[in-house]
Design a protein around this ligand. Structure first.
Ligand code: NAP
Length: 291
């Protein structure tokens, strides 16, 4: 593939997180820029929390076009934005920033990725119970999408730190006037029945992500069934231990790659005004992840 030459016109985009070394965003976005012959380059920046403010000042000074924000800065970044999109404001997290002449605008494209991923299941989810493992940035996008587009009955947030699940429950109850959210600790055995009665189970924790592929949020549950959908936002590996188990018990499984490509395509569009070649990118990332 021909990559554009880097010169004084090259627009710089970054991803800011900590740690950042496993992110596939640089690969995805640089291929996407090259396919569209755009003079852009995408670079990973490993920035710990105590350096976030300085990193933002540096990016403004360098007039970078925009950046993605990932773990652990998606919520903290909001205070540095001139304004945020309606969606990012409701979700309470920003993953994409555009720099318009020194003014930083925050967006949340994760929610778009979630809604595109769950679109084919729209008719299956209305009036159903859902379990969400985790209470971080990804959980916020999932919960927002489920409330806004899927009219689910009850959302159970299951988290290692119960207090964080409770905060998220109260947050969405106030922000989206959705009272049917419950918080549970990541502890058996109370969970088994709740999981069995749920139509959709979503993992938004890093449990099972490369290199810790033997981890799973539901090590104690071995009873998925064919009437369930199990969605793991992890895409490396493409089939986590959770998805393998769910599939072997007849459930419909979804990995995080479509969400990843869709959120990336939306960010690409915000920075460049152009459409990403999503299908080609999806194929290329799939072969990369199968290596
Ligand atoms: P985050 O804000 O840091 O939240 C992580 C959540 O996972 C927290 O609720 C945390 O629990 C829980 N957790 C972390 N380690 C755990 C462990 N060892 N045992 C049990 N629970 C644990 O992270 P995030 O931004 O939501 O991202 C979470 C995952 O989603 C990552 O794997 C990320 O790569 C993936 N993701 C995928 C996409 C996609 O496009 N496919 C997009 C965004 C994120 P505590 O509250 O107890 O700390």
């Amino acid at each position: 593939m021909d990559f554009p030459e880097i010169d004084h016109n090259t627009k710089l985009i970054g991803v800011v997180g900590h740690p950042i070394k496993h992110s596939l965003s640089p690969l995805m976005q640089n291929i996407a820029f090259a396919l569209r012959k755009l003079n852009y380059i995408y670079v990973p920046f490993d920035v710990p929390s105590n350096n976030l403010e300085d990193a933002i000042k540096g990016m403004l000074a360098l007039r970078i076009r925009g950046f993605n924000i990932t773990i652990p800065h998606k919520e903290k970044i909001i205070q540095f934005m001139e304004d945020v999109s309606e969606e990012a404001g409701v979700i309470g997290a920003v993953n994409t920033v555009i720099n318009e002449n020194g003014y930083l605008h925050g967006h949340n494209t994760d929610a778009f990725g979630v809604s595109k991923t769950l679109e084919p299941f729209k008719n299956d989810l209305a009036g159903e119970d859902v379990c969400v493992f985790g209470a971080g940035g990804a959980a916020r996008s999932i919960i927002y999408t489920l409330i806004r587009f899927h009219k689910v009955k009850t959302i159970y947030i299951i988290n290692r730190t119960l207090q964080k699940a409770e905060l998220l429950r109260d947050y969405f109850a106030a922000k989206m006037h959705f009272a049917s959210i419950k918080s549970l600790e990541l502890m058996p055995p109370d969970l088994v029945k709740t999981l069995a009665n749920s139509k959709l189970i979503v993992n938004t924790t890093p449990l099972g992500m490369y290199p810790n592929i033997d981890d799973s949020p539901t090590d104690f549950v071995e009873s998925f069934h064919s009437n369930q959908i199990v969605f793991d936002v992890i895409y490396n590996p493409l089939k986590t231990k959770l998805l393998s188990l769910a599939e072997s018990q007849g459930a419909t499984i979804i990995n995080g790659l479509k969400m990843f490509v869709e959120q990336g395509a939306k960010s690409f569009e915000l920075w460049t005004g152009k459409e990403m070649n999503k299908e080609e990118i999806y194929e290329r990332l799939t072969s990369e992840l199968k290596k």
